[in-house]
Ligand binder design. Structure first.
Ligand SMILES: Cc1cc2nc3c(=O)[nH]c(=O)nc-3n(C[C@H](O)[C@H](O)[C@H](O)COP(=O)(O)O)c2cc1C
Length: 211
């Protein structure tokens, strides 16, 4: 059992990335909790998260991302996003002080041509937000598990946009408050494929010499 009397479960050693070579501490410490403390996020920190997303690079500098944002203190707004989550995510996301849903513009603003990098770039914005969260002592968990069809209707999303992920943000808390199934997952070691499985040289399947 983890001793976590103050609910400050933000950097438990079991969750630190076990990297093959050193990486920046923000990357090492980022992980996706399900257990969140009942602690609000300040206006400044909320803006800081979104500012970090804002400065992501994007194809043609399109900045195709949109963030729907709802804090628990705005009960009606929070409920609207929360209601879109699938039950398996609602179980734990109810504790998060901040929910978001991302969308991305599928077409170029300048000529309406398809933007094949819309979700790629939205993903970059998400990643920057996630690292900024760690810098602020916060953590995020992405969620594919929400009702996408209903989100389009409920959030009034225009046709030229596609949906990205939903996101829960907050201060990581002790896994003790989770139902058993989720508690076990929360305490499990993080796994990754080795570099050689996804880094190729100039042809499919063979890692480059440095890897
Ligand atoms: C786009 C996306 C969708 C995800 N969907 C869910 C989800 O619906 N429910 C959930 O519990 N976790 C979800 N996750 C969290 C992943 O399972 C988690 O990031 C992954 O297991 C790696 O763990 P780590 O982020 O702690 O390194 C999602 C993450 C991303 C980026």
């Amino acid at each position: 059992m983890i001793d976590d009397p103050e609910g400050a479960f933000s950097e438990p050693s079991i969750k630190l990335a076990d990297t093959s070579v050193p990486v920046h501490d923000l990357i090492r410490k980022r992980w996706s909790p399900r257990s969140f403390a009942d602690r609000p996020i300040s206006d400044t920190d909320l803006k800081s998260l979104l500012e970090a997303a804002r400065w992501a690079s994007s194809s043609n500098n399109e900045q195709p991302w949109i963030f729907f944002v709802a804090r628990k203190s705005d009960a009606a707004e929070f409920e609207k996003l929360f209601d879109l989550l699938l039950p398996g995510n609602q179980v734990w996301a109810s504790k998060a002080p901040l929910l978001m849903i991302m969308a991305a513009r599928k077409t170029m603003t300048r000529n309406g041509a398809p933007n094949h990098y819309a979700l790629h770039d939205a993903g970059q914005a998400f990643a920057q937000l996630a690292l900024q969260a760690v810098a602020l002592g916060l953590h995020v968990r992405g969620m594919a598990g929400f009702d996408r069809e209903r989100a389009v209707v409920d959030l009034n999303i225009p046709e030229e946009y596609c949906l990205g992920a939903a996101i829960a943000v907050g201060y990581a808390a002790s896994p003790d408050q989770l139902p058993e199934k989720y508690r076990e997952m929360e305490l499990s070691k993080r796994q990754r494929k080795p570099l050689a499985q996804f880094v190729f040289g100039a042809g499919w399947g063979t890692p480059p010499p440095a890897i």
